[in-house]
Design a protein around this ligand. Structure first.
Ligand code: SAM
Length: 320
């Protein structure tokens, strides 16, 4: 059972312009909320390739699909037309190549973590649950948050917190972590939370937002290589789209959204020659048209029923 509520569901499904029989990639299956709606739209002749780096998400979706199709809410696609792939979306082109799929009609990436993963005490993703400092979505990855916190130099920690966490107390938090680990390793989320609390001014310790929020964000980004993966994924996704096909990306923090916005803009630009060139020499052609001039954000109604949607932003581009 999933507790995850899909974010911007209506906006995504309408924005991807899904047709009966379409071939679609859900690059971040998660609890499958978007996948179920995609299946309803593309019908029995459509094909859905659902990717997730987390084995648990793949397994629990298969049982969810059985229940949903037994309620005749959706018709299962024809045999072989619904595939789940446990892999990182950074390997999109290889994944599709391995399946013999050359082009697709729509791709969705709903970035980050599902509520199931955040609530899973064993993962150490949340500062609200005491757990081993792990944070890996892909259990096959070698580096955990514990490795980062205990082995990175003070400078490296400070940089990660500054850049990935946009944490104004990066310097003092990195200093406290290094002091703490002189005696023993930081092993659990709560040990880390306490260390962070001891590094920030008193008034930030008991506020509405935990002082650990940004450090945890930074560590999750570092451990799961989130920004590098996104930067490598978008151009591949655009490449495999068929003309008129759409790519939708939902991001949850400004660093991700900036990457999506900048790559979409760069791919939507034609000639890249300096302005003073009288004729184009680069022959660069625009690859996409941007459908969402401004990012789509959740309605007040959605925010009320799903506070987790708070920081979500959807951007859509269409292949030319
Ligand atoms: C926000 S959830 C998706 C929720 C889903 N759309 C739904 O409606 O239930 C994000 C999912 O993407 C997966 N994920 C994150 N980064 C990934 C990556 N680089 N490659 C593949 N899956 C990834 C996570 O494991 C998680 O299950």
């Amino acid at each position: 059972m999933t507790i995850h509520k899909p974010v911007l569901l209506h906006e995504v499904i309408e924005g991807l312009n899904l047709k009966n029989g379409a071939v679609v990639v859900d690059a971040t299956l998660g609890g499958g909320g978007h996948a179920i709606e995609i299946l309803k739209r593309i019908g029995e002749t459509g094909k859905l390739i659902a990717i997730d780096v987390d084995e648990g998400a793949i397994k629990s979706f298969s049982s969810k699909l059985k229940v949903q199709s037994s309620k005749v809410e959706i018709r299962k696609p024809k045999a072989g037309n619904f595939l789940t792939v446990r892999d990182n979306f950074v390997n999109l082109k290889n994944i599709l190549g391995g399946l013999g799929v050359e082009t697709v009609d729509a791709i969705l990436a709903d970035l980050g973590y599902s509520s199931d993963q955040m609530e899973d005490g064993a993962r150490g993703l949340s500062f609200q649950k005491d757990a081993d400092l792990d944070m890996r979505l892909d259990r096959n990855n070698k580096v955990t948050a514990k490795d980062v916190v205990n082995n990175y130099t003070r400078n490296e920690l400070e940089n990660i917190l500054k850049i990935y966490g946009e944490e104004k107390f990066a310097q003092s938090i990195a200093k406290k972590i290094v002091e703490y680990r002189k005696d023993r390793e930081i092993e659990t989320t709560l040990e880390l939370v306490k260390t962070i609390e001891s590094a920030v001014p008193e008034k930030y310790r008991h506020g509405r937002i935990s002082p650990a929020t940004k450090t945890f964000q930074a560590l999750r980004i570092e451990v799961n290589q989130e920004l590098e993966n996104l930067e490598k994924f978008i151009p591949q996704a655009i490449e495999v789209l068929s003309p008129g096909g759409r790519l939708g990306i939902i991001s949850f923090h400004s660093l991700e959204d900036r990457i999506v916005k900048n790559i979409f803009r760069a791919q939507a630009r034609g000639c890249l020659c300096p302005k003073n060139f009288p004729v184009c020499r680069c022959e660069h052609k625009e690859k996409v048209k941007i459908i969402t001039k401004k990012p789509v954000v959740p309605s007040a109604g959605e925010l009320e029923s799903n506070p987790r949607a708070r920081s979500s932003k959807l951007r859509i581009a269409e292949k030319i």
